[in-house]
Design a protein around this ligand. Structure first.
Ligand code: ADP
Ligand code: MG
Length: 908
């Protein structure tokens, strides 16, 4: 509530311009709203919400012109004021039956004529004029919906109703419309729109419902909580009520329940206090927290986010819906019996609000914001950064002419107030922290998983290896046994072969023997044949001899016959001779003797021949037996020959055995080959095992690297956690450090002692310095220096703090100057009005002046004069200390010592 449209400071103007540009870009402004509403589009709908029937979004031509007029103002931050006339009620009809209304509405001209008397009236222009027939829906769409849209887009917003008791403030704002949805007031419709347009999963909507009575804030959702203190953030100026209950909304039904509870509590509280709701202010606070879609990609890493400056963004906006107490004078509202002090107290907030509105409308330098709790709560709504719509309610009755007039005047004054709307956007450290924690958890789980996987893979591989080794051992064993067996078989076969060969040789010998024998037998056979032949000749000879002897015998028999004939003739002659007997007897005896002799000789010859025949027969028989023997021998020889032939068969067997042996050899060779290939395979497997072991080691190394990375991320996270909420205190630490330094070294000391005044080192941990250094390394000094010229004051402050911190490090001092940091700091000192910037920039200059090379440069660019000017501009002791430190460091340069000191003294 410190400035007005005409009384804006240059910085604020720039800020306003920036916001307007932002609004153009974001199409959040009233212009874009008008356009989207003109097109009958759903400008409220965001990406993640379900579509809403277009009929709900349509607006009447009157509401369109309401926005157009706003555009004509070319000032989207101005407080919009609409007036609503309540229809005549029974009381009005009774008492004012004969009188005309005290106001005349010209909605098409957006004008209201207030009758002064019967002949004169005064006309007032508003942003919108609602007749008594205006529907709740239209009132919402014209007055509140643009504010709700703004709030959804990250701006603070206020909708407030002001007017005499009974003119319809609560009707307009707080009507529940339980039975008839068309009767719903702004609160319900606003929350309906909000719930329709947010994503329950990503965004949060929290409500508090409060009552302000006699400067005490009571929680309507927990009526026991009274006298709730107001908390104001000294840095941001944000007002909050930490003592009040905030309920996170699930859906519209939930809100309706809360509103009902609130209304019931309000009624109960007022009955207990013996007062009326018309004397208390009801305030509905809706806090919306939305993550900005599209700004954060979940998949980019933390490092990337740091490098790209792509932090998650959150928009925290607040909607206030204020149903004010009746604006009538107390005497009129029938407050007899109240002490004057009490009466004053009741209206203190309202009176104070009127004063603030007046002061703002008239561009007064002092706005009495702090006079009451209401004005403190509405600090952002009037003259602040919120988009504000005010609806003033009036009745038609002439009886309340004075109140109606004062209400209209209040509205007219409020119309002059211009707010500088500001996007309530900030880095979402919480979600970043949550995301990083989730990422750490994920990484930890991943590492665990990897480790488990690695271990299971390792054990699997080891098992496989063991199996391979077992298999190999087994194969080797079988091979060894097989080769042993084969060798045995081989030797056995060799022995067999030797045996067979020996047998063969033996057989051969036997054969040759047999052959000799056969030859012998053949010879013998020949001989026996010869003998046979000889025998046959003998036979023939024998037969011939026998024949001859038979012939001789026959001849002898014949001779005998003849002899016998002769004997007979001799006998006859004997007889004849008997006579001659005596003589012839003797002869006969002789002859007989001779005969016996011949007979004897014949018997001998026969015997000899018979003996000879016997001998020959015997010889024949011998020859026969010999022949038989020979035949037998021949038979034997033949048999032997067949045996020999059999032995030939054996030779065939031998050859078979040979071939079998050969096969065995081949088998042996193939087995050896197989053994060789198995050996090669084993070697391969060993090699594979080695490579797997190498991979395993690599994986283990990777795992430990991952572990390290995770730890560094965790550390960084810790640092960030520590760093994030205390971001603004860094330099305060530096200041205390500076204080220490300055205390130890008089500013007016010698050059040498002055030289010791810097650097303005941050009293943070080495790790935090490392973070700053890391950020600097990753983001680059150039980019940070560029941020010094940012249009956003917060960004400038953060950037100058980072530069001051970096300048404390000797390594960065030259670099900062080289990258244009010195010029940027000088420009800041020259043009900035912000006390923090001046203080921190002076500190940064002091740090840069540590470097001798920089000293002359700073001097040549008028740094000393600027510092002196800065000192003269400010009363802030810390800034003065910074300037003193900077000048002291500059005095380190002999050439500029006297001059800078002089400037320094002048400045201080
Ligand atoms: P306030 O809150 O300003 O004291 P209320 O909202 O309680 O006034 O309104 C007083 C009475 O007037 C209520 O009965 C309400 O229903 C009625 N009323 C107010 N405005 C309208 C309107 N625009 N149309 C119909 N009735 C209305
Ligand atoms: Mg009311």
């Amino acid at each position: 509530m410190a400035t007005t449209s005409s009384g804006l400071r240059p910085a604020q103007r720039a800020e306003k311009q920036r916001i307007m540009q932002q609004q153009q870009g974001l199409s959040h402004g009233w212009n874009s709203l008008t356009r989207s509403l003109n097109n009958g589009q759903q400008s409220l709908r965001s990406k993640d919400t379900k579509p809403v029937p277009s009929s709900r979004r349509s607006v009447t031509p009157t509401s369109r012109s309401f926005y157009r007029d706003f555009d004509d103002d070319n000032d989207s931050g101005r407080v919009r004021v609409a007036v609503r006339l309540r229809p005549r009620n029974a009381e009005d009809l009774l008492s004012d039956a004969d009188f005309a209304d005290c106001v005349e509405l010209q909605p098409e001209l957006k004008r209201l004529k207030l009758r002064k008397n019967n002949w004169s009236s005064e006309s007032y222009r508003f942003d919108e004029v609602f007749t008594e027939t205006a529907s709740q829906k239209r009132v919402y769409e014209v007055v509140a919906k643009p504010v709700v849209e703004s709030v959804l887009n990250g701006y603070n917003g206020t909708v407030m109703a002001y007017g005499q008791t009974g003119t319809g403030k609560t009707f307009t704002l707080g009507r529940l419309g339980k039975n008839d949805a068309s009767e719903r007031g702004i609160m319900v419709r606003a929350l309906e729109d909000i719930m329709d347009n947010i994503s329950i999963a990503f965004d949060t909507v929290e409500v508090s419902y409060l009552q302000l009575y006699m400067e005490s804030i009571q929680d309507l959702l927990a009526p026991k909580k009274t006298n709730i203190p107001i908390n104001e953030d000294p840095k941001t100026g944000e007002v909050s009520l930490p003592g009040a209950i905030t309920v996170k909304l699930r859906d519209l039904h939930h809100f309706l329940e809360l509103l009902q509870i609130g209304e019931a509590n309000r009624h109960a509280a007022n009955t207990k206090l013996n007062t009326e709701s018309s004397r208390s202010h009801a305030i509905l606070v809706v806090n919306i927290r939305r993550s900005v879609p599209g700004k954060v990609e979940d998949d980019i890493s933390y490092q990337d986010k740091i490098t790209k400056g792509n932090f998650p963004i959150v928009r925290k906006s607040k909607l206030l819906i204020v149903d004010l107490a009746g604006s009538e004078r107390l005497d009129k509202s029938g407050s007899e019996g109240l002490l004057l002090e009490e009466a004053k107290f009741i209206n203190l907030s309202l009176t104070s609000l009127g004063k603030c509105i007046n002061a703002l409308a008239e561009n007064c330098p002092h706005i009495p914001t702090r006079d009451s709790k209401l004005t403190r709560l509405l600090r952002d709504s009037f003259g602040g950064s919120a988009r504000t719509s005010l609806i003033i309610t009036i009745g038609p009755s002439s009886r309340h002419h004075a109140e109606t007039t004062s209400t209209i005047m209040f509205g007219q004054r409020a119309m002059k107030i211009v707010n500088v709307v500001k996007l309530k956007e900030e880095f979402d450290y919480e979600s970043l922290c949550r995301k990083l924690e989730a990422q750490v958890d994920l990484l930890t789980a991943e590492i665990d998983r990897q480790q488990k996987l690695g271990q299971s893979e390792k054990s699997g591989l080891e098992k496989q290896l063991r199996e391979c080794q077992d298999c190999f051992q087994e194969t080797r064993k079988t091979l060894v046994t097989r080769s042993e067996f084969l060798e045995k078989e081989n030797t056995r076969l060799e022995l067999d072969m030797e045996d067979v060969l020996a047998e063969l040789n033996c057989q051969k010998d036997h054969n040759s023997l047999m052959q000799d024998k056969i030859a012998d037998l053949e010879m013998r056979l020949k001989q026996s044949k010869q003998h046979q032949l000889e025998n046959s000749t003998y036979h023939k000879l024998l037969a011939d001899t026998t024949e001859m002897y038979e012939k001789k015998i026959a001849e002898l028999i014949k001779q005998l016959e003849v002899e016998r004939g002769r004997s007979k003739t001799a006998e006859e002659q004997l007889n004849s001779m008997k006579k001659l007997s005596g003589d012839h007897q003797k002869l006969t005896q002789q002859h007989e003797m001779e005969n016996s002799k011949h007979q004897k000789a014949l018997v001998d010859t026969t015997w000899i021949y018979e003996k000879k025949i016997m001998e020959l027969t015997k010889q024949l028989e011998d020859e026969h037996t010999r022949f038989e023997d020979i035949q037998e021998q021949l038979h034997l020889a033949n048999k032997r020959q067949t045996d020999y032939q059999n032995s030939m068969q054996k030779q065939e067997e031998m050859s078979e055995l040979r071939s079998e042996l050969q096969e065995m050899y081949q088998l042996h060779e193939s087995t050896i080959n197989e053994l060789q290939s198995l050996k090669a395979e084993f070697k391969d497997q060993i090699e594979e095992k080695e490579s797997i072991t190498v991979k395993l080691y690599a994986m283990q190394e990777k795992l430990s690297a991952e572990e390290k990375r995770r730890k560094t991320i965790e550390n960084e996270l810790e640092k960030l956690k520590k760093c994030a909420p205390e971001g603004d205190t860094d330099f305060e630490d530096e200041e205390s450090y500076m204080k220490e330094k300055i205390r130890g070294n008089s500013v007016l000391g010698t050059s040498a002692s002055l030289k010791k005044a810097g650097p303005l080192r941050v009293t943070k941990s080495a790790a935090q310095r490392v973070i700053v250094a890391k950020i600097c390394e990753e983001v680059g000094i150039q980019k940070i220096i560029r941020l010094l010229t940012s249009e956003d004051l917060d960004v400038q402050i953060h950037a100058v703090k980072v530069i001051a911190n970096l300048a404390a490090e000797e390594v960065n001092q030259e670099n900062i100057v080289k990258e244009g940091g010195l010029d940027a700091l000088l420009t800041m000192l020259r043009s900035s009005q912000n006390a923090t910037i001046l203080r921190v920039a002076s500190g940064a200059m002091a740090n840069l002046a540590m470097n001798e090379m920089n000293q002359s440069l700073i001097m040549s660019r008028g740094g000393a004069q600027l510092l002196a000017k800065t000192a003269s501009k400010t009363d802030d002791p810390q800034t003065l200390r910074m300037v003193a430190g900077a000048l002291a460091n500059l005095c380190g340069n002999g050439k500029t010592f006297s001059r800078s000191c002089r400037l320094h003294f002048q400045g201080i």
